[in-house]
Design a binder for this molecule. Structure first.
Ligand code: ARG
Ligand code: GLU
Length: 661
């Protein structure tokens, strides 16, 4: 009787979740066995052990965490690695200068000796992962477990909690620190469309770069040395040159950074109504100031390029997130779901109470969290002396009018958004009162910063750092992105246990936390607007249509124009809709987020068909709620990547070490 009732309620709960069967999910590779039947039903031809195995080489051995924020994949047995252009961007930038501007013109090493070392750049392979929840419950200590897992320093080991601490996993990694730049396309390919096209479909960006991992003569990780040799990976991906069609199975293997699928309505409301709009507004103004400077001076255009791209990236993502959450009615759906949960939890007072307790805890922490976010979106963006990490030379470099405007803006926006909050930096308020306005106070401190410092500036900086520590303490966490606090996290852990008991229809996967995941789906277009279908493929013809030497973001290399004019596509020429062209990007339904940049997109046979680099901006609400009807990831078609390497960069010799199918 009781279980019957539970079942009905579970069904009722499931009914208000979006049709989750379709392609939602970022699955833990070691547990992929629970999904393999579904994957195979959708076309996948390999086994769970092909995806993840500790005892034999598997696909996981061809995937790396690239420098702590992106993913990369091995494409040869000589350590050749693909990731995004935007993931290699700062490495490429550091090697660039007058006369060797690799960002603009691209870079191709024509011999191994020409491959460029990159200090501080690292990649990490997952050696193994283990659910250690039981071991911890049995009294083992995390420190002992990780210490043993490093095998005397050979590996890096860390633990990650899943489901708000209900489970803990151990991750053991092998890290390589000699990673060299092999090839970067010109930015007019790797960043084609720039911030104009970022997060947008139709897309034509060749967002890739090529690196190589080096190891010592025993194939072990080693610091950079000219004696190092190309790393021989356990596995690398074969590359399919046959492409994928709409409806074809695809999977993605990578390191998604952060999602918040289980959060309650107050968190959605916070994102939707307070945080995203405020951050978008501040960044709009920052971008206006920076763009104006960039347009006034070509040197400044370059100087602020990376900075502008960084600011604009999340700025656009948040705008899309707002649109997506509204479109889904996520806030109301969450509320409904919570009401159902309370009904379903009848007879289980701890679950019934937990929603209310979570709401209450949110009331406490939201102002603190907002103060923290506003601090990092304003004052913390300024290079302040006395703050850690700011170097004097970096600051002096920045004592120009545009920086002064940014100081004024930061001070004013901070004051406007949380000036009257009890969690604001007190020195700022005092300074504003002293000088009459946020701008006047900003001017005084900017002058001070540029002439080496002052007591007043030191006082503000100290106050800012102190406030930051205080906020972190009140939030009881460093992780600001999940709105977690010690208490919040405990309550969520309880809620999660309730969900897993009561919502029996739902297939649970833990939120992304920069651990290795598999997502799968298929190549698919989508209905962009009423009556307006977006096809899942773009081609070189679309690049040519956008090409415009007068628009920075659309000014393609002359070489590409010539290749198009002569239709010299070599083996990469493909007939699409009756004309000979080269495929460029494609859309799929794979569930992704930031960190999945550079991830391999694999076909049903586990062959590489693309490199993930983006989502459509209206999909970005998938971090909170995935909607299979419109959420799409964007990949560079591997055939375009190979075409560019071969025909544009003239580095066709690299293809010899790849396994092309
Ligand atoms: N939107 C992609 C991501 O989130 C690409 C960002 C880099 N490109 C750019 N134009 N800013 O990382
Ligand atoms: N470009 C993103 C990254 O750096 C991936 C896009 C997304 O958020 O899905 O990981």
């Amino acid at each position: 009787m009781k279980s019957m009732k539970k079942l009905l309620l579970a069904a009722a709960m499931a009914a208000i979740v979006l049709p989750a069967a379709a392609d939602e999910g970022m699955w833990l590779p070691s547990l992929i066995g629970s999904r393999i039947d579904d994957m195979r039903a959708k076309g996948f031809t390999l086994t769970a052990k092909d995806i993840y195995s500790v005892n034999k080489a598997s696909m996981k051995d061809a995937v790396v965490l690239f420098n702590g924020g992106c993913t990369g994949e091995l494409i040869s047995d000589k350590g050749l690695l693909l990731t995004n252009h935007h993931c290699g961007y700062s490495a490429i930038q550091r090697h660039s200068g007058l006369g060797h501007d690799y960002l603009t013109y691209g870079f191709s090493a024509m011999t191994p000796e020409q491959e460029l070392p990159n200090e501080g750049l690292w990649v990490r392979f997952l050696v193994r992962m283990e659910d250690i929840t039981g071991r911890l419950a049995a009294g083992e200590k995390i420190a002992d477990i990780t210490e043993a897992a490093t095998e005397k320093g050979r590996y890096k080991a860390s633990t990650e909690s899943m489901y708000y601490g209900n489970q803990t996993f151990l991750f053991v990694y092998e890290q390589f620190d000699d990673v060299r730049l092999v090839l970067a396309p010109p930015s007019s390919i790797g960043k084609f469309g720039g911030d104009t096209d970022n997060w947008v479909w139709p897309r034509h960006t060749g967002d890739f770069s090529v690196f190589r991992i080096y190891a010592d003569r025993k194939n072990r990780p080693a610091k950079y040395s000219p004696d190092n040799v190309p790393y021989r990976p356990k596995r690398s991906f074969a590359i399919s040159t046959k492409g994928v069609e709409e409806g074809d199975f695809t999977m993605i293997y990578g390191f998604p950074g952060n999602t918040q699928q289980f959060v309650l309505a107050p968190a959605v409301k916070y994102v939707l109504e307070l945080s995203d709009p405020a951050k978008v507004d501040i960044r709009t103004k920052r971008l206006d100031i920076i763009s104006e400077a960039q347009e006034s001076d070509p040197a400044l255009r370059i100087y602020y390029a990376a900075n502008h791209a960084n600011i604009a990236n999340a700025w656009k993502k948040w705008q899309g997130e707002i649109i997506g959450l509204k479109r889904n009615g996520t806030l109301e759906r969450k509320r409904q779901y919570e009401r159902r949960f309370i009904e379903a939890a009848e007879g289980k007072p701890e679950y019934q109470a937990v929603i209310g307790e979570l709401y209450q805890e949110y009331m406490r922490i939201i102002p603190i969290y907002f103060a923290r976010e506003m601090l990092s979106e304003t004052l913390r963006t300024l290079p302040m002396p006395y703050a850690e990490k700011t170097r004097a030379d970096e600051l002096f470099d920045k004592c120009r009018p545009v920086e002064q405007k940014l100081w004024r803006l930061a001070f004013a926006e901070y004051e406007k958004n949380i000036g009257d909050s009890e969690y604001a930096v007190p020195q700022l308020r005092e300074g504003i009162e002293r000088y009459g306005s946020a701008e006047a106070y900003a001017d005084v401190l900017f002058e001070a910063a540029c002439s080496g410092g002052s007591d007043e500036l030191k006082a503000l900086t100290d106050g800012m750092l102190q406030t930051e520590r205080r906020l972190r303490k009140e939030l009881e966490t460093n992780n600001l992105r999940n709105l977690n606090s010690g208490k919040l996290e405990k309550l969520y852990a309880l809620y999660m246990r309730g969900l897993q008991q009561l919502d029996t229809e739902r297939a649970f996967f833990p939120d992304a936390n920069l651990t290795l995941r598999v997502a799968y789906g298929s190549v698919a277009g989508y209905e962009y607007a009423d009556g307006e279908y977006h096809k899942p493929h773009t081609t070189l013809d679309g690049i040519i249509a956008k090409d415009d030497p007068n628009i920075y973001d659309y000014d393609i290399p002359q070489r590409l124009r010539e290749l198009y004019a002569s239709k010299d596509y070599g083996r990469w020429g493909t007939v699409i809709d009756g004309r000979l062209t080269v495929p460029v990007c494609f859309l799929a339904t794979n569930h992704t987020t930031g960190g999945n940049s550079g991830s391999p997109i694999l076909n049903a046979r586990g062959e590489l068909v693309g490199i993930n680099f983006d989502r459509t901006w209206r999909s970005t609400m998938s971090d909170l709620e995935f909607d299979p009807t419109i959420c799409r990831n964007i990949s560079a078609d591997i055939r375009y990547v190979l075409f560019v390497i071969d025909k544009v960069c003239g580095a066709g010799y690299l293809l010899d070490e790849m396994k092309l199918k």
